[in-house]
Design a protein around this ligand. Structure first.
Ligand code: DNO
Length: 359
């Protein structure tokens, strides 16, 4: 496996590259041009700027997370061809800079969603928390009105300045069913995978987080069956997965090690983190350690080892510990601990394998 760490860019991430470089075994950063709106073509000079910054610390930029997909593509509007064309031009530029994997998602309106970004844990750390019923079937228009009236009632992604835009988007998604979203995804992939292949860049879709509908919006990348369907939409190795243990693992019915075995040849990029799930569907993000959450991270790593995983991997969200002030989920400390835990498991698996072979 090829260990990486997410980095949000100079002036945008409190973690400097030289700190990332000091984490054992990290060879590259996972990055993006976060200030460029979804749908716009990325300028080559901006891409090369990040490449130079990373390389001056001995780190590569082979994984981009994400090149975001414009809502018009997800909605299947006539303007989608323009945005798909920009997406393809961005792929070509990224290839020029040596990028090998693009992670993206197809979640309408919101990316990952939580109801509390700083939920206190028993040890005094804080972590990302989701209360399922608070957001599952709630009428988004009612929520918009509540937030507009009382600005103390906000949720991540629902900042008052976004409300107008959100209302319009919700309106547009009213008629979009899950099947519509599937066919819009297929339309996108049929065009983009050809370009990705020509440019030797593997596409890895990120599953929906949480893996169920929120605010009544359709969500389709939620379980083994849907991952299989995605891979069949364009049956080509360049159409692959970012397998995120924490996103899929929020649903206790998802068996992550089983998915790793099933889709091993199409997993280009792995996100590993743990979550503790509760009977009512709520979940909280814990340390990466198996004992702290509901996902058997040992078994996840064993599945990657057994399938000879040679793709990119990163620790995912961490808790906020040791008083660190950071972006929610993206502190240095707990992700650094996470990386060492993943290496600990991996190195032990490797040592045991070597011992078995030589005895
Ligand atoms: C959350 C991340 C996601 C991921 C995107 C990929 O921390 O895992 O935001 O980057 O969904 O498009």
């Amino acid at each position: 496996m090829r260990m990486t760490m997410r980095w949000f860019g100079e002036g945008n991430d409190h973690v400097p590259l030289h700190h990332i470089k000091q984490i054992p075994g990290v060879e590259g950063i996972v990055w993006s041009l976060h200030d460029i709106p979804a749908g716009e073509e990325w300028p080559l000079d901006r891409i090369l700027e990040v490449k130079n910054q990373a390389e001056s610390h001995g780190l590569h930029i082979e994984v981009v997370e994400s090149v975001n997909v414009h809502e018009d593509i997800k909605l299947g509007l006539p303007s989608r061809d323009y945005y798909i064309n920009n997406y393809i031009k961005t792929i070509e530029k990224l290839a020029e800079a040596g990028v090998k994997v693009i992670c993206y998602n197809f979640m309408p309106v919101f990316d990952w969603t939580r109801t509390n970004l700083y939920k206190e844990m028993a040890d005094g750390s804080t972590a990302l928390f989701l209360e399922k019923d608070k957001i599952r079937d709630i009428d988004p228009n009612q929520l918009v009105q509540t937030i507009a009236k009382d600005s103390s009632y906000t949720m991540p992604g629902w900042e008052p300045e976004r409300l107008e835009q959100l209302t319009t988007l919700f309106e547009k998604y009213k008629e979009v069913t899950e099947e519509d979203l599937w066919s819009n995804l297929q339309y996108f992939l049929e065009k983009v995978i050809t370009a990705a292949k020509e440019n030797d860049i593997k596409m890895g879709i990120h599953p929906d987080d949480p893996p169920w509908s929120v605010f009544g919006l359709p969500r389709i990348m939620t379980n083994k069956k849907s991952l299989q369907r995605l891979l069949n939409l364009v049956d080509d190795p360049y159409n692959g997965l970012t397998l995120c243990s924490g996103s899929l693992g929020a649903d206790p019915y998802n068996d992550i090690p089983e998915m790793i075995h099933e889709f091993s040849d199409r997993i280009h990029y792995a996100h590993v983190r743990n979550v503790k799930t509760y009977e009512n569907g709520d979940f909280i993000e814990t340390s990466h350690r198996t004992k702290d959450g509901s996902i058997d991270i040992y078994k996840v790593m064993e599945a990657y080892y057994d399938t000879e995983f040679n793709g990119y991997i990163r620790p995912d969200h961490g808790r906020h510990i040791w008083g660190e002030q950071c972006r929610p989920g993206y502190g240095l400390y707990d992700r650094g601990l996470g990386i060492m835990y993943l290496w600990g498991i991996w190195d032990t698996l490797e040592r045991n394998f070597t011992r078995q072979v030589s005895s």
